[in-house]
Design a protein around this ligand. Sequence first.
Ligand SMILES: [Zn+2]
Length: 506
Amino acid sequence: MSSSKLRGLTLCLALAAVALGTSVHAEDRPPAAVVIVNAQVADGTGAALRKASVRIEGDRIDAVGDFQPAKGDRVIDAAGLVLAPGFIDIHNHSEEGLEKDPLATSQIAQGITTVILGLDGGSPWPVGPWLEQHRRNPASLNLALMVGHATVREQVMGKDYKRTARPAEVTQMAKLVEQAMGEGAIGVSSGVEYEVASYSDTDELVGVAAAAARHGGFYMTHIRDEADKSFAALDEEIAIGERARIPVEHSHIKLGTVKVWGKAPEYIRVIEAARRRGVDFTADCYPYDAWNSTIKVLVPDKQYENPKSVEKALADVGGAGHVTITEFPPNRRYEMHTVEQLAKAAGISPVEMFIRVIREGDAAGEDAGVIGQSMTEADIKAFYQQPWVMVASDGGIGAEHPRGAGTFPRVLGLYVREKKWLTLPEAVRKMTSMPAKRLGWKDRGTIQPGAFADLVLFNPDTVIDRATFAHPETPPAGIEKVFVNGKVVWSDGKPTGARPGRVLPK
Ligand SMILES: [Zn+2]
């Protein structure tokens, strides 16, 4: 080795030592505080926007108000932007998605800082180890878990679930719910419309709800019917809340068929009467009037080639003009046309056309993907304008519905800015302090000194969803920066890679 090379190496080592020394020294000092200045603050309570500085120290908000950053503070100038508490998505299906993408890119991209998982009656099992695994291997955002009623039902009844449960079995389910609550679940969820739970009677649901109530949990439910029998299903849900003495969260409130379209005012009256009787009833709603699935879900009696069943199926969604074929590899020419359009072109009735698509799909072993209308805009508006209805996505990482990537920006852009159904502070309340209150969390969901620094900076003039049924993962516009527990997780249109998320207790 030449002497000059040796000198160079020595110099490098010396510089490395200096660098190392500096960084060790820096770690001795507390990390610099961050101060966000010039933002319009929507504090989550529904109070009017106000210009304020917000100081973040460690994982908490340290100060809110009219003050100057101290020397050494890192300053973020948020002129023209709104600063809100991070959005809490009380109905999210990211359990599997988090395994593949712990950065939860499509979720933090829309300002979500906490997801509630284990919905519609299905949860990981057992709860304790699953939560522990997520404590050890954190995501970019916070999470909390409900225990699923169908999950414990299957634990107790196994494959023999196509019947009502015996009292001893209900007792066993209740024990498992108590076990899960002891291991960190925050409540119990049900999906009474789905196969496993559809065989349960009201007593069984009261039994598992009461078990969660004994541990301070709440009952979150996808009710028995969101279509023609929506009102009977609502009555059952309210009865469960009253008999089990448990707060009720009605998942994705909806009036899903023609027979009940336009009846939101009546539905709301039933709920308000229950609230006056003392039932702690809240609901969440996703901001879309359509669903996507396979063509066969339109026919609940599964008689896909029976003209009577098909006629009812088409009538339920308001006619063949409300069913759009999105994906059909056996016959691409059908794609992006409604069943009504295809029937006209073929010179046959919509019922005949529907059955033709079913048969072609069966022959190829591939059902057509369809978008169907699930609600009327008037009903969605009526629900959103209730003070007890919050925003939730029913989406999650990898969702095939645009709500998975668009929900929160869509409410801010479409319902607040364009349609003016809600004020901005009220919409933010429905995304933050309202779910936090339902969850019993006092130190999240608002911007105040001492609260955890889960925060979103967004541009109120440009924020909007861009996900569509054709491209459901397209990220929204206008979400500038997202903080979780004081750390920036989203900035400049991409995740920072930080994973400061926590598993949250009840
Ligand atoms: Zn559901």
